[in-house]
Design a protein around this ligand. Sequence first.
Ligand code: UDP
Ligand code: GLC
Ligand code: MN
Length: 317
Amino acid sequence: LAQAFVTLATNDSYARGAMVLGKSLRNHKTSKKLVVLIGPHVSDQARAVLHKIFDEVRLVDVLDSGDTAHLAMMKRPDLGVTFTKLHCWTLTHYSKCVFMDADTLVVSNIDELFEREELSAAPDPGWPDCFNSGVFVFRPSNETYGKLLQYCTEHGSFDGGDQGILNDFFSDWATADINKHLPFIYNMSSIAIYTYLPAFKQYGANAKVVHFLGQMKPWSYTYNPTQRRVRGSSQPGLLLQWWALYSAEVLPMLIREYGDQPFNSGCEVRPKHTEQENNHPLVSSAERKQRWEQGQADYMGIDSFDNIQKKLDVFLK
Ligand code: UDP
Ligand code: GLC
Ligand code: MN
């Protein structure tokens, strides 16, 4: 049986994260399969792009803890749906998998994680005797899946999300086997910048996986492609890495799928008639069409969203 990296996206925002994660795994030459679990709300266009990046795109039911009280304590009312993550145990056509949140980014090859056993994970920065469920090694098994669901119905989750369940279920993680403690560099949350800056300065460069844990996700920001700046972020370094990959490799695929239909690219559109634009040699419309079809849309210039919108307006009138 093969081995796979698995992620999850129940909507188009997290799907963008999944696309960047998938690309980052490919760019670092993983030899493993890539699987994305999606919910029914993911758009057809996003699905089409996911199909190009992942080996398997699997539609699953969205499970929701409905536990508003515990989620409110975390100030994350949106995380009930992370129960959906538990579906990953049903991927029994793989012998071993590594689950990764859609808000993670791989910055070097991590195939060595498959040498670890279930359940291996890195400490949670907020409570290090809990593991963070943004990156973990597991063995698909319908039996385990059944037990997890049963656990959910009988006990609920202490945080309202999957991490609470998984820590209760694999409750000896903190004490039983040090091999199941992944080094923090396999799930380095950007929070470390604030909580332990000297350690981040000392070790941050060794990180293999960055996790944009917390309410603000890379795709919640707006990116200015001309200045290569992330608007409104005081610590833009890691975010810039995400945006560089998104804007260079994922956005062109999305633009191709959406064609003339508007969608939120997350990029600020360049003001018209900037110097660069005027210096760009004009291309013929046939050549432009050819480039577009090859996925090389000039999405920051002539093929920018506001130009597409103008064209649409003309048609509609
Ligand atoms: N997720 C999702 N849709 C949602 C919320 C979460 O698909 O509405 C998935 C996604 O893979 C995400 C993971 O569940 O990365 C965990 O949620 P999140 O990363 O937001 O939690 P955090 O790491 O910030 O605690
Ligand atoms: C966490 C984890 C995330 C998980 C969430 C809900 O903070 O980073 O992966 O889904 O808690 O339990
Ligand atoms: Mn996360």
